[in-house]
Design a protein around this ligand. Structure first.
Ligand code: BGC
Length: 812
């Protein structure tokens, strides 16, 4: 069953039934100021950091689900309704929510009145703009009462939910004209406030939640709205809100726009006040003035659309298959921007409080984003590297507001450092900017111990070399990519975290074959980088370690049919036929086949066949098999999940592309595509009821074959799945891959594809690429024609001449 449809022309997903199986959300803003918004206008807003600068409040996992947001209430006689159906839940005559690129528009109709609320954050603006259009389609004049509503959060989203003995006394607001200002704590240590305005005179307002809603009412039935009269309440402590009250009269056929601006302001210490205790509103007024007419708002939206036209013009495909085209051209790239902005911090599955930016996560997110805005990717790489320690280890996460490593989480995840090589190499291949390697980058944010970014890559590489176990394989530390494989944790205390509790790494023999594969892939990249920058001696040194790792994997990481996953604390195999449960895992087989370890001896094909046989199912490739059915204290969190969920044999979508890429390394385009399609959301739209999460974005996990409900997805939006799937389809299946010296065209597609076209902007030129497949091949190049001339290579040179170049590649 579907709950809407794709409107590809407008790059929108249109939801036509508000009762989606889960709130289907969108993100507004892409730089500093952000909102999450659901299809019924639920969600919240923050500046930069969802924990430290939360502007509006949200209650997670609530009853009813998704309560609280940016609501409009319309009172038409005794009828009260909202354009997004919620919170009133009055049956609407029609409903439509359009989620687009960083904007959402929600339209409802009731008794001849339509209300359409458009929400977006204009470019380079610290504010969300809302355009509410009310139209009278009936034959009678309508006298309507309109109420806006949002609830302020007291800035720190964490203490906002905990410290009520203080919070209930601190709230402060100011009201001036049609603007409500939220200034809690501005008097003391804060230099920021928020505001909510409307570009029309108001006939009243409310700023105190209890006065507006009533202590025992819900968002669906605020007392003020039922009574049809605002209380003009001024919040003193308790829970400040912002609600404007507007009376509007509309003749038949008439329509009116109201523009609301929800903004954030920072003032310098000596410029905070207008007069004693009256805040300096200058910046707020400037922002309000920028968006005080429909024309200004429409033009800001047009700018946002243009911005996205431009971003999405860098890579686009015409394949003849709408489902593929829309995911590659629109939604997957959009999701990559979102994961770039938020890492794993703020979604409807992440509270925005618990996690900042992940070291490994943010590096991986870059591979789906770097082609969009390379300059921002560059800055991110430096920010991430700045949280590294001199020995190559690093904080697992850092906070976006202050860009400092997060001490609560700490470090010790031994895969982390290697991802910095991936991020940096992807950036250089996209841009050709080797200068980034000379940037001076601090360790642990301490500039006095800064070294070049290249040196950071060296210590990343060496962190593995310096932490090898008894089989010459990398020691796992707290965990590798799989945060839940905690081989040194031995936790039997329910009050401790599997990931941050003290680890028993001393004397541990726990080694990771996944990190070994990762090391071979990015170790080779490191070697190549050394050679390209004239560090031949270092290249030679590094190559020896890479070769030794290949040998160790062949010797100790191969189980006969597939690559084992790890060795445990005691030096016993994990992910081996010897085990009763968890005989085979996806990660090591993905990385070792991507690295091509033992390819000549047939190990890769064997491993990939084993994955197909044991891990593949209708909904994708599960993480491990058989699933764990009891708690193994020596394995940690992975065995704490019921079978089929999350890291215990769920279809963990993030690492399915590792196998897809492994299949392309082996030349098997049919299988790579089969795996791609299985987890691709646009192909799952018809089973939305089962799949549950948005059909326009990837989810982190789909319940696997051993689960109670196979096929049900969770944790949509913020997942490395987005970037890895884009990487797999764009660079390995379609095979258009940036390399240091040009753009490689090396597709690996299903044999029955006739061909496809890709437009790729790359280092200052546009490549119009046509791939044709007359002989029904998956792989192999018969002929390459560049600008009408036969070319000896499928590595298309860097033109950099701002011109369009035509490339035809014949497979065979
Ligand atoms: C985390 C990743 C981790 C993955 C697998 C995700 O939730 O963000 O860092 O690699 O889970 O455990």
């Amino acid at each position: 069953m579907k709950f809407g449809f794709f409107d590809d022309k407008n790059r929108e997903y249109v939801i036509t039934n508000p009762r989606t199986p889960w709130p289907w959300i969108n993100y507004l803003g892409n730089e500093d100021f952000f909102s999450l918004i659901s299809n019924t206008a639920g969600g919240y807003t923050f500046y930069k950091d969802a924990k430290f600068r939360r502007i509006t409040r949200y209650r997670y996992n609530n009853v009813p689900m998704d309560s609280g947001g940016k609501y409009f209430y319309i009172k038409d006689g005794d009828n009260i309704w909202s354009p997004g159906w919620k919170p009133c839940k009055t049956e609407l005559d029609s409903y439509e929510c359009r989620h687009g690129m960083n904007y959402t528009s929600i339209k409802g109709e009731k008794n001849g009145v339509t209300a359409e609320a458009l929400y977006f954050v204009p470019l380079k603006t610290w504010a969300e703009v809302q355009k509410l259009t009310i139209s009278n389609n009936s034959k009678d004049t309508k006298k309507l009462k309109i109420f806006s509503f949002l609830e302020w959060c007291l800035w720190n989203a964490s203490s906002d939910m905990e410290n009520f003995q203080r919070n209930f006394s601190t709230g402060e607001v100011e009201i001036e004209g049609s603007v409500i200002y939220h200034k809690t704590e501005y008097k003391e240590r804060r230099d920021h406030f928020a505001f909510y305005s409307v570009n029309a005179p108001v006939q009243g307002y409310d700023t105190d939640r209890e006065s507006f809603i009533g202590l025992y009412n819900g968002f669906d039935e605020p007392r003020v709205i039922v009574e049809g009269k605002p209380k003009n309440s001024v919040a003193h402590g308790w829970s400040p809100i912002a609600s404007h009250y507007i009376e509007v009269e509309l003749k038949p056929g008439e329509s009116k726009d109201f523009i609301f601006v929800l903004g954030y302001v920072e003032n310098k210490e000596d410029d905070k006040w207008e007069t004693k205790n009256i805040i300096n509103k200058k910046k707020a007024k400037e922002t309000i003035a920028k968006f005080d007419t429909t024309a200004k708002v429409d033009s800001a939206l047009a700018d946002l659309r243009k911005y996205w036209d431009n971003l999405l013009s860098v890579y686009s495909i015409k394949s003849g298959d709408d489902k593929l085209d829309r995911i590659v051209n629109i939604w997957n790239q959009y999701q990559c921007m979102i994961t770039f902005c938020f890492s794993r911090s703020a979604s409807f599955f992440e509270s925005g409080i618990g996690r900042g930016m992940g070291f490994r996560d943010s590096n991986q997110d870059l591979i789906g984003f770097v082609h969009q805005i390379p300059e921002r990717a560059r800055e991110r790489i430096i920010d991430i590297a700045s949280t590294q320690f001199p020995d190559g280890g690093c904080y697992h996460q850092y906070q976006p507001l202050n860009k400092r490593g997060n001490n609560d989480i700490g470090g010790g995840f031994n895969d982390d450092p290697l991802w910095l090589i991936l991020g940096t190499v992807s950036y250089i291949k996209e841009t050709g900017d080797f200068n980034i390697l000379d940037e001076m980058v601090p360790f642990d944010n301490d500039m006095s111990v800064a070294r070049s970014l290249f040196d950071h890559l060296t210590v990343s590489f060496d962190h593995v070399v310096n932490n090898l176990g008894p089989h010459g394989l990398p020691l796992i530390g707290r965990a590798d990519w799989n945060d839940c494989l905690n081989l040194n944790c031995f936790s039997n205390d329910p009050n401790e975290s599997f990931q941050t509790t003290e680890n028993k790494t001393k004397g541990s023999k726990a080694e990771s074959v996944m990190i070994a594969g990762l090391f071979v892939v990015y170790g080779r990249d490191y070697v190549e980088l050394c050679m390209r920058t004239g560090k031949n001696k270092e290249a030679g040194r590094a190559q020896k370690y890479v070769n030794a790792m290949v040998d160790s994997v062949k010797k100790y990481g191969w189980d006969g049919e597939w690559f084992i996953r790890a060795y445990d604390y005691y030096g016993r195999k994990i992910g081996s036929n010897e085990n009763e449960e968890g005989k085979i895992f996806i990660e090591s087989n993905g990385w070792c086949t991507m690295a091509g370890i033992g390819k000549e001896e047939g190990l890769c094909v064997k491993a990939l066949d084993a994955v197909k046989e044991r891990l593949d199912c209708e909904h994708g490739i599960v993480l491990n098999n058989p699933a764990f059915t009891s708690y193994y204290i020596e394995y940690g969190e992975i065995s704490s999940y019921p079978p089929g969920y999350k890291e215990n044999a769920g279809v963990f979508c993030h690492n399915n592309p590792w196998i897809m890429i492994g299949e392309t390394v082996a030349g098997n385009g049919n299988r790579a595509w089969e795996y791609y399609r299985k987890i691709c959301p646009s192909y799952l739209e018809e089973i939305s009821e089962l799949h549950k999460t948005e059909p326009y974005v990837y989810a982190q996990m789909v319940a696997g074959k051993d689960a109670f409900k196979p096929g049900e997805a969770k944790n949509s939006w913020l997942t490395g799945t987005a970037s890895w799937n884009f990487y797999a389809i764009s660079q390995f299946i379609l095979g258009i891959r940036p390399e240091y010296d040009g753009l490689l065209v090396d597709p690996c597609i299903p044999g029955d594809w006739k061909g496809f076209k890709v437009t790729r902007k790359f280092r200052g030129a546009t490549y119009s690429i046509e791939v044709v497949n007359p002989d029904g091949k998956s792989r192999g190049i018969k002929e390459v024609i560049v600008d009408g001339k036969l070319s000896a290579s499928n590595l298309i040179p860097v033109f950099g001449d701002r011109k369009e170049h035509f490339v035809k590649v014949v497979l065979g």
